[in-house]
Ligand binder design. Structure first.
Ligand SMILES: O=P(O)(O)OC[C@H]1O[C@](O)(COP(=O)(O)O)[C@@H](O)[C@@H]1O
Ligand SMILES: [Mg+2]
Ligand SMILES: [Mg+2]
Length: 315
């Protein structure tokens, strides 16, 4: 089976990109080992601090952030690290060619109930600084800590999936993920319905109406509450994920973060033939104005995303 270093050699001749991805994969393998033992080691629960977004940090948020930082600190290819858990960008190497933006542990509210969480990362060219559009990404990926530990990666070619083997190797298990064009599965936190805008409400009502409504087909709903797990399902079998701008999150610009949640996921989903939008523009074309900027996120199967875009175009 193809391993990660063989795949990297075939995908890029840029040693900086390959080196940084290798470091993030090593960080992911270390986080996976920590998560497996966390309830025994007493590492679940809160860390007692809040991050820059005002969210309570879990002990494992902090531990995961430290693991990523340790793996990147030693890497002269990294110029700057932007992390959900760090208020400011961290300078790593003045000679570094690559900026890394990461959500070291996504979905951490699911940790105490042993449900899939993940690590998301994005690589940008150092000379453009951290506030570059997602379309400038050099590569992106995530690690999903589920029944299997999966590493999903894309440089500029296909979106590929690796599985962590017992001997610590990452083995290629899906060479080119393909998000089906059409799907009958949507993912949104429906408890937020009272805050939704008209396009979101229109799309969901149309879907819930199923074969008797204008969509003319039956839909199912799934919401893990870990973006990594929800996007992984969509990459593997299709569907649409929505965290739109709603009345409660509007003043902040949305819920999910552009640099280390929306952009890397849009890069991966689009690389697998899917589509992404804020509702009004492609996620990858949004110009960031801050490292922790939030953005509305709608991505997945192209036909479904287009249906949502149609709703936005109408209203
Ligand atoms: O609490 P909600 O509304 O279900 O939101 C869940 C979303 O928030 C997130 O947990 C945010 O990520 P963090 O856990 O990294 O803050 C996403 O993974 C997930 O999609
Ligand atoms: Mg997150
Ligand atoms: Mg997080």
């Amino acid at each position: 089976m193809t391993n990660l270093s063989q795949w990297l050699a075939a995908q890029t001749d840029d040693a900086n990109i390959a080196g940084v991805i290798t470091a993030m994969a090593a960080a992911g393998a270390e986080i996976a080992a920590v998560l497996r033992q966390a309830p025994i080691a007493g590492q679940t629960g809160l860390a007692g601090a809040t991050n820059v977004q005002g969210e309570a940090q879990k002990a494992l948020d902090v531990i995961s952030n430290d693991i990523v930082l340790n793996h990147l600190r030693a890497n002269p290819a990294v110029s700057i690290l932007v992390s959900e858990e760090l208020d400011e960008a961290v300078d790593i190497s003045s000679q570094g060619a690559v900026i890394v933006a990461t959500d070291p542990l996504d979905g951490s509210s699911n940790l105490d109930v042993n449900v899939t969480v993940g690590t998301i990362f994005s690589l940008l060219p150092a000379d453009g600084g951290p506030l570059q559009k997602g379309s400038a990404q050099l590569a992106a990926g995530y690690v999903a800590y589920g029944p299997a530990t999966s590493l999903v990666l894309r440089i500029a070619g296909p979106t590929s999936v690796f599985t962590l083997a017992d001997d610590g190797q990452w083995l290629l298990t899906v060479a080119a993920a393909a998000v089906p064009e059409a799907s009958g599965e949507f993912a949104i936190n429906t408890a937020r319905e009272r805050f939704w805008d008209a396009p979101t409400l229109g799309y969901v009502q149309e879907s819930v109406a199923g074969e008797t409504g204008p969509a003319g087909k039956r839909y199912n709903m799934r919401w893990v509450g870990s973006m990594v797990a929800d996007i992984h399902r969509i990459l593997m079998r299709g569907g649409i994920f929505l965290y739109p701008l709603d009345r409660e999150t509007a003043s902040k610009g949305g819920r999910l973060r552009l640099l280390y949640e929306a952009n890397p996921m849009a890069w991966l989903v689009e690389g697998a033939g899917g589509r992404s939008t804020t509702g009004r523009q492609g996620i990858l074309s949004v110009q960031p104005t801050g490292i922790h900027q939030r953005v509305p996120v709608i991505l997945g199967s192209a036909e479904e995303v287009k249906r949502v875009e149609d709703w936005y175009a109408r209203g």
